[in-house]
Design a protein around this ligand. Structure first.
Ligand code: B1M
Length: 212
């Protein structure tokens, strides 16, 4: 098991999509839990990629290929992570805020919410406040899930909440926020209804915001 996890870790770190696919497939065939693969190999690999970038050993192209290898692995885990409960739990509009192209964490949050029977309307990345507003309005979603990975794009979460207020929609939708630089204190400061540090806690938060 350690060998398999370390091949997945290495494949993502090196941005080797084919090796990541093969290693994750092998791990699933060996009946390793999707969550074990994610938490013990894939997420630590992305963490290390971030560290290497900070140290100046990796540059944007290395981050990009690592992200692709990660997405390949995630797509194989998705069927395991999305074994949905039966009763529909509510509708969620989700997206990464304006100016921000990071979507791996947001995708993971969406997958886990889907697994908890939420209906997801995923707007993708670099989503301006007005698109969030429009989607909430047309879908009648009860929850808005905002992700940001850059300190420079965190203020766009606040702008999105303000845009909801201006459109008269703030009372209709609960707003949850998350992403590596986001904190509970920041969430409170910008008037969000909740913050979750990771995907599984995002599910718990979504359920509690829905009164479940
Ligand atoms: Co970027 N990047 N990046 N990057 N990147 C970070 C975020 C950075 C921390 C790296 C570093 O310096 N150590 C740094 C940000 C520094 C800062 O703002 N303080 C950074 C930078 C600087 C940049 C660029 C500016 C680099 C440049 O161009 N010079 C640039 C910005 C582009 C843009 O967005 N406009 C950039 C670009 C990129 C790539 C495109 C190459 C690629 C993203 C590809 C993609 O997402 N499709 C990339 C990557 C891969 C990273 C790192 C290495 C990995 C991010 C990731 O996917 N993590 C990252 C370093 C790091 O995070 N350590 C880094 C794995 C993922 C599962 O975790 O996204 O944290 P995460 O999600 C978690 C939680 O945060 C939480 O749950 C998830 C699962 O547990 N969560 C939520 C997330 N959203 C949530 C929402 C919720 C609740 C929980 O409720 C709604």
């Amino acid at each position: 098991m350690e060998d398999l996890l370390s091949s997945i870790y290495q494949a993502i770190l090196e941005g080797d999509q084919a090796a990541a696919r093969a290693a994750v497939q092998r791990a699933l065939e060996e009946n390793l839990e999707a969550e074990t693969i994610l938490k013990q190999a894939m997420m630590p690999a992305m963490q290390e990629v971030g560290r290497l970038f900070e140290e100046g050993e990796y540059f944007v192209p290395e981050m990009l290929v690592a992200a692709r290898a990660m997405q390949t692995g995630l797509s194989l885990l998705k069927p395991k992570l999305v074994q949905a409960d039966v009763a529909p739990a509510g509708k969620v509009v989700a997206g990464t805020v304006k100016g921000d192209l990071h979507d791996i964490g947001k995708n993971l949050v969406c997958m886990m919410l889907e697994g908890a029977a939420f209906e997801i309307i995923d707007l993708g990345t670099d989503v301006p406040p007005e698109r969030f507003v429009e989607a909430v309005q047309t879908s009648g979603a009860q929850l808005l899930a905002l992700s940001a990975l850059l300190t420079t794009t965190m203020p766009n979460m606040k702008q999105t909440i303000e845009a909801l207020q201006q459109a008269g929609l703030r009372q209709q939708v609960k707003v949850m926020v998350g992403g590596a630089p986001v904190t509970e204190t920041f969430a409170r400061q910008i008037g969000a209804d909740g913050y979750a540090p990771d995907a599984s806690r995002a599910v718990a938060l979504a359920k509690s915001l829905m009164g479940m």
